[in-house]
Design a binder for this molecule. Structure first.
Ligand code: GLC
Length: 443
């Protein structure tokens, strides 16, 4: 039986119906595109957020969303950021640019990009299983384990307990100020011939700058030239970052993988392997990513051997994994999240929660892509994180309430201006609708 959205929420029925309509509008049968025009294919973590939303009212369709995503899995385990299922032309970069056929482990008969995205899929799969799909657990567990092994082995070859991303697109927070300095280090050594298409329907001021975009494209070509050989990439690549948000999401995903392993009666050595990852990651978060001086979790740049000192929402996302201890959580929440100079609404400059970049960061821009606007998924990660700490459950409820208000008022835009609340980027954005359904279902 399909679950029901909570009956006793104060939102009008039409809010739920409107959210479902966005998902229906973008529904392509087996997968859901992120938005009608700007993103016409299947994206990795988008499908995971979408599956979480679908699981609130149509479990079978949620399962399909995850299974179709897993169809794009590479033979070495990687789950790609994009599966090209939409029109052949009209999206840059497309299969021609990624040219994954040159890779030894690329999948047969399906076009994908050559990089990954944060593994929210395992969290979504576990939620679907909890709502009733034990058989589904048996179907997905081996593939998810294969993916997690790829992440832990190929992206953490020295056993640091932290995986590295090789492209800002892998972070999902593509244009975060965290990538500005590492990208400055990326020297473009060969001519790039390309035409971007992302700023045709959305104003350029709300999209990445040309200099950044050139570097995105250069890194893509560089990985392609190395035929996506992770060993070669790790020995010399201009962008290798242990991303704090990606690793926190992976930690939470590893927790879910443990639960799935138990449900399917996986062999003990597999359980121990996953628990081993959890142990080393937990230590690494304390030893490498926690910055005592600022009281923030910061990314680590493996090339420059330094922390990236940017105060952005990523610094708070370890809450989602329950990684901060009580004292660290207190610092993150009370010194940063509730600070009107950083994230909290000050009633003058910002009225809405939670900006993706701290307001006192010099790169803060209330309409700049990932440089300030509010996104439904980062709000959801923080809400879920705060719920892990008994002292902050009230705060979680408050942010949940505000997020729903914003989504209800502004429709399901891609992101929102923290000053005016105005919806920005593309509209009818699937994960905004899906996460509204998730938030509506939580009491
Ligand atoms: C943008 C976002 C990324 C998302 C994709 C599709 O690239 O930065 O997180 O997955 O769009 O919605």
């Amino acid at each position: 039986m399909n679950p029901r959205l909570s009956d006793n929420n104060p939102w009008s029925e039409s809010f739920v119906e409107r959210a479902k309509r966005v998902l229906a509008l973008n529904d392509q049968g087996d997968f859901t595109k992120p938005s009608p025009k700007l993103y016409p294919h299947q994206w990795n973590w988008d499908s995971a957020f979408i599956a979480l939303g679908l699981a609130q009212f149509n479990l079978e369709r949620a399962e399909k969303e995850i299974l179709s995503l897993l169809e794009g899995q590479w033979r070495d385990g990687m789950l790609p950021q994009i599966i090209y299922r939409g029109p052949k032309e009209g999206y840059f970069p497309g299969p021609k640019q990624w040219e994954i056929k040159s890779a030894a482990h690329a999948p047969q008969g399906i076009s994908t990009s050559g990089i990954t995205q944060p593994p929210v899929v395992t969290v979504a799969a576990y939620e679907v299983v909890k709502k009733g799909g034990d058989l589904f657990a048996l179907q997905v567990y081996p593939k998810l384990l294969h993916y997690h092994r790829w992440l832990h082995k190929m992206r953490d070859p020295y056993g640091d307990g932290l995986v590295a991303i090789i492209h800002p697109w892998e972070s999902g927070l593509d244009n975060s100020p965290r990538w500005i300095e590492p990208l400055m280090n990326v020297e473009i050594t060969s001519p790039l011939h390309y035409e971007r298409l992302d700023n045709i329907d959305v104003p350029s001021a709300q999209r990445p700058t040309q200099a950044d975009y050139d570097r995105f494209v250069f890194l893509m070509y560089k990985a392609r030239n190395l035929r996506y050989d992770q060993h070669k990439i790790f020995s010399d690549f201009p962008f290798l970052i242990q991303d704090v948000a990606f690793n926190a999401i992976l930690y939470r995903a590893d927790e879910c993988l443990t639960k799935l392993a138990e449900l399917v009666n996986a062999p003990d050595d597999e359980l121990r392997e996953i628990q081993g990852w959890l142990g080393t990651t937990r230590k690494a978060f304390q030893n490498r990513l926690w910055d005592q001086t600022s009281g923030l979790y910061l990314d680590y740049d493996l090339n420059r051997k330094t922390m990236i000192s940017q105060n952005t929402i990523a610094a708070l996302i370890p809450l989602y994994a329950g990684l901060p201890d009580k004292q660290q959580a207190k610092i993150l929440v009370e010194k940063h999240l509730l600070n009107p100079d950083e994230y909290a609404a000050d009633g003058q400059y910002t009225h809405f929660l939670i900006p993706t970049t701290s307001k006192n960061n010099s790169y803060y821009d209330p309409v700049g892509y990932w440089r300030g606007p509010i996104w439904a998924n980062t709000n959801w990660l923080i809400i879920e994180g705060l719920r892990r700490y008994p002292d902050y459950r009230g705060l979680a409820d408050q942010i949940q309430w505000e997020t729903l208000n914003l989504l209800n008022r502004e429709e399901f835009h891609e992101y929102f201006d923290p000053t005016t609340g105005k919806g920005l980027g593309t509209d009818n954005f699937s994960w905004s609708a899906a996460l509204a359904l998730v938030l509506l279902s939580e009491k």
